[in-house]
Design a protein around this ligand. Structure first.
Ligand code: KIV
Length: 424
């Protein structure tokens, strides 16, 4: 109920593509390098993708969707390098090697390219998808339901015929698809060899209770579903992606698709923030760690200490920076300005912090996260002024609101003038 994430979790179970070795273990499928890279302007170089993939492995993600190999020779090369390097050597503390996955539409050219890119990994996966909502089938694909079922079945079987044993299938726009049709199509792709069924809310249309019910219904009504892993992929158009993802896990999904900083198409992927859509993996993982009692003991293999670095790296490479009030990793996520909160924090950190910054790899800028502003108490302002007078260098340890920048090299007099000017 506050402070450090002290829960001790079981270790990551062995990986079998279609088997849940521990019913409480939830696989984290990171698609920063695929769906995340689809954010406008977020393109990364092959080398940047490789660096991010290494860090994702260190972070402990189970599956890295490294790209969409058919989209360009460059992306095929990037995914292949990740498969060769990250897909064969353990980097994280627990010695695991992530699955390396490539995306493919349901056609042979895409599947060939994806398989060519990922097959070098120790644990390769092809992820193929086709739309299943009426609006997509009619206007985008211009195909009937029967045609879509037959393409999906044939292309999953085709991936299997290439030698791929770990095949993920997604019915795109599942959130708006007819349930009975979904059960039928999913049963067919399971028979054809799919090992993970990913349920995308492609346009971020559902509410948490609806999305949870969708997962529960698929689990209850799809023949053969007990032989595969159910996955979620929630977009953030209504700011509900993270809530929907957690609802999916609660209803039985054991793989969650997320992106670092929630980047992705339009408003992004799993995230708490309505407007920006930044930040996915982190909230989902932290929420699961913080509220285990509510989520029935679910856990992931993520080493949360590497979260801040992942966030910074992705922000830097994509140029998509976080708003200060971003949950968990925003600059203000552990800053306390009002006097009432500061008072509480100085007495017990659990009063206003539900996790501690150290748990996500963040060195706190000052001991108590105290920030001075209009609502801070007079006493705290005096304490800071005392610190300024005593040790000029201690200024580095105090966070000031952006509008008040203190230059360490300024003399004491200049500092005092600046402080007075801003009402400190
Ligand atoms: O949003 C979506 O539907 C996707 C699928 C390819 C999983 O990205």
């Amino acid at each position: 109920t506050g402070g450090s994430l002290k829960c001790s979790l079981p270790s990551r179970p062995d990986y079998v593509p279609n088997r849940i070795s521990d019913p409480n273990y939830v696989r984290i499928f990171d698609t920063t390098l695929r769906d995340g890279e689809q954010s406008p302007g977020a393109t990364m170089t092959s080398n940047e993708k490789l660096v991010v993939a290494r860090h994702l492995s260190r972070l402990g993600v189970d599956i890295i969707e490294a790209g969409f190999p058919a989209s360009s020779p460059d992306d095929l090369d990037a995914v292949r390098s990740i498969a060769i390097e990250v897909g064969n050597h353990p980097i994280g503390d627990d010695g695991h090697i992530p699955v390396i996955c490539g995306l493919a539409r349901c056609n042979k050219r895409d599947i060939d390219a994806a398989w060519e890119a990922v097959r070098h990994a120790k644990k390769p996966r092809v992820h193929t998808f086709i739309a299943t909502s009426e609006i997509h089938m009619k206007h985008k694909l211009r195909k009937t339901r029967e045609e879509v079922v037959s393409i999906a079945r044939d292309m999953v079987a085709y991936a299997k015929s290439l030698g791929c044993r770990d095949i993920e299938f997604s019915p795109e726009d599942a959130g708006r698809s007819d349930r009975e049709f979904l059960y039928h199509l999913l049963a067919e792709v399971i028979k054809a060899g799919a090992t993970t069924l990913n349920i995308p809310d492609t346009v971020g249309y559902t509410l948490p209770s609806e999305f949870g019910q969708l997962i529960a219904d698929i689990k209850a009504n799809t023949p053969g579903i007990e032989n595969v892993i159910i996955s979620t992929h929630c977009q953030n158009d209504l700011g509900l992606a993270t809530a929907n993802t957690l609802a999916g896990a609660y209803a039985g999904a054991r793989q969650l698709e997320v992106t670092v900083n929630g980047i992705g198409e339009r408003a992004g992927n799993a995230s708490l923030e309505e407007a920006s859509g930044y930040h996915g993996t982190i909230q989902v993982v932290i929420a699961m760690k913080c509220r285990q009692e509510l989520l029935g003991g679910l856990y992931t293999g993520i080493n949360t200490k590497h979260i801040v670095m992942a966030s910074k790296m992705v922000a830097e490479y994509t140029g998509l920076h976080l708003q200060p009030h971003k949950a968990i990793v925003g600059a203000n996520a552990f800053a306390h300005e009002s006097g009432i909160h500061q008072d509480g924090m100085l007495k017990h950190k659990g009063t206003y912090e539900i996790i501690s910054p150290e748990d996500i790899g963040l060195a706190r800028a000052n001991e108590s996260g105290i920030v001075l502003g209009k609502l801070s108490s007079h006493q705290n302002k005096l304490n800071v002024w005392e610190a300024v007078n005593k040790h000029l260098h201690s200024l580095t340890d105090i966070i000031f609101p952006k509008r008040l920048t203190l230059d360490l090299h300024s003399g004491r007099h200049a500092l005092r003038c600046r402080l007075l000017e801003f009402g400190y």
